[in-house]
Write a protein that binds this ligand. Sequence first.
Ligand SMILES: [Zn+2]
Length: 304
Amino acid sequence: MTDFTPDIERLKLLDDAEWLAVQRAYCGRLYAFAKRRIADRQGSEDVLQETWLGAVRGIGDFDTRYTFEQYLFGICRNRTIDALRRRKPRTLERGSEDDELPGIEMLATDVDTPSRILRREELGARARELLVAVLKEWVEETWTAGEFQRLMVFEALIGGGWRNRDAWKHFGLRDETAVAGIKFRALKRLRELAAVRESGGDLLMALERASEGEEHALDLDLRPVWSDGRVSCPSRHWLARLIAGNLDAGPAGFVRFHLDAMKCPWCRANHDDLVAADRNNALDPLIERVHKSTVHYLRSRTLP
Ligand SMILES: [Zn+2]
């Protein structure tokens, strides 16, 4: 199952058929994302409607450095936060269906805070982009080499902010030194990958310092880059294969870790959607309603 890739130019022209196609392809995962955080059906559906209106209105400024799914999830996350804020007292009492933090608090960690914006500025937008690219490259080569435990350990440390001690226990490694060794080698490799793309520069220096030892590790906060950049997110067909039960133990172990231990909200939404899609076409009427509301907007913009 390959994921649907929309024609952004046609979307920018507010082409009705292309918008319907993307709504068919993406409604399920967006709805799954909202439903995990907003208890009732109507509230989740409202978020979905607002997400699509936001997507249609904002498509002119679509940033090609991101995928269309990232674009949609970004809007959906913000509309979900708005909805949760409006009903905050009830939501915070309720908690959530599993061991995830209550919706809004979990989402709030994803939102820009002054300190995070500051860190971004320290590294510079271009260096951040480069960092996302080399992290993705590292994930890909580690995956291809079948080094799934190394991938999980690094994701736990960098993406999850685990301490060496926790990772050592969780993965049953020899000792904490083994964890430190994995991290050290990964940072060394990231430096090499970054050096291929540019010499000197902020990122190389920051990676250099981060590799020198624990006391410098905080100079470079990889965590927001790891999660916002979705550097380790398996593509949708890996999730589908996991559900179908035809994934080897190595990749299946990683994908499960990413879903269950890292609780990646985007992959969980995709996973929920794929599981539901297996069962029925219950979303069809919902997609109809969503499309009607965006069509109204599209018409108002395209008719003379
Ligand atoms: Zn993910």
